[in-house]
Design a protein around this ligand. Structure first.
Ligand SMILES: [Zn+2]
Ligand SMILES: [Zn+2]
Length: 244
């Protein structure tokens, strides 16, 4: 199912966020100050990734040249707006455990000017899906909230049905790059994306293994181009060692 948000729907969503804020005055997710979900001093602390990153996978290079990159035959590019630390880490944690649309909107609005993808020419935004069990337990998919917020900004419709997770993967925390690849291999299936240009949306990218696996499924199902945007980029200690 592809969803396009009309101007009325956008205004209604904003109005409901405004009402919610009246009932539950927003606090900063990082310092708990009353006012906004992300206050200005905490926003100023975010490490945006704006230069010196790999043009393919978006990894901040920090003077390093060699790293395990994505396969551009399936996944054209990954762009992450900020380093996964401090305010961004706390905000994404809050988004994961509290279905907070306003927070998703604030994150996407702030990330939007830092992404600079090679192209915005895409037919659909596809959130990285959760497994059915995990989504039922949590009640929503945080990547879908981000994709919906981005859709309102850039006018590309959201397609949350064409890509599904067919196999639950174990938590990626603590896994090496190779183990992450094996963990996510063949975990996704796509359909109904023939001749479509798909922009994947996720909260965090670590090695890119999940995004790569999603892109392979989409290309196999007939997508002509796949790129990916994530709010944050986590750099694995193991990846750092490999870089060194
Ligand atoms: Zn704050
Ligand atoms: Zn790279």
């Amino acid at each position: 199912m592809i969803r396009r948000y009309s101007a009325i729907e956008r205004r209604t969503r904003t109005f409901f966020s405004f009402l919610l804020d009246l009932v539950f005055p927003p606090r900063c997710v990082s310092c708990r100050t009353l006012g906004r979900r992300i206050c200005e001093p905490c926003a100023a602390d975010i490490s945006w990734i704006e230069s010196n990153f790999c043009p393919q996978c978006g990894l901040p290079l920090d003077g390093q040249k060699n790293h395990t990159c994505i396969d551009p035959a399936c996944l054209g590019f990954v762009r992450s707006a900020a380093v996964f630390s401090g305010t961004v880490r706390k905000a994404l944690h809050a988004l994961k455990y509290y279905s907070d649309r306003t927070l998703a909107e604030q994150l996407v609005r702030r990330a939007h000017s830092h992404w600079n993808p090679p192209s915005w020419d895409f037919d659909t935004l596809v959130p990285v899906p959760l497994g059915r069990k995990r989504e039922r337990r949590r009640g929503y998919n945080q990547s879908l909230l981000l994709a919906e917020a981005l859709s309102c900004l850039v006018g590309i419709p959201v397609d949350s049905r064409s890509l599904t997770r067919v196999r639950e993967t174990q938590s990626q925390v603590g896994l090496s790059i190779q183990a992450r690849k094996e963990n996510t291999a063949d975990a996704f299936r796509a359909s109904g994306v023939r001749l479509r240009k798909v922009l994947l949306v996720d909260d965090v990218c670590t090695t890119g293994a999940t995004l790569q696996s999603c892109a392979e499924a989409l290309i196999q199902a007939g997508s002509t181009r796949v790129g990916a945007l994530t709010i944050a980029r986590a750099v694995l200690p193991a990846a750092r060692q490999e870089l060194n």
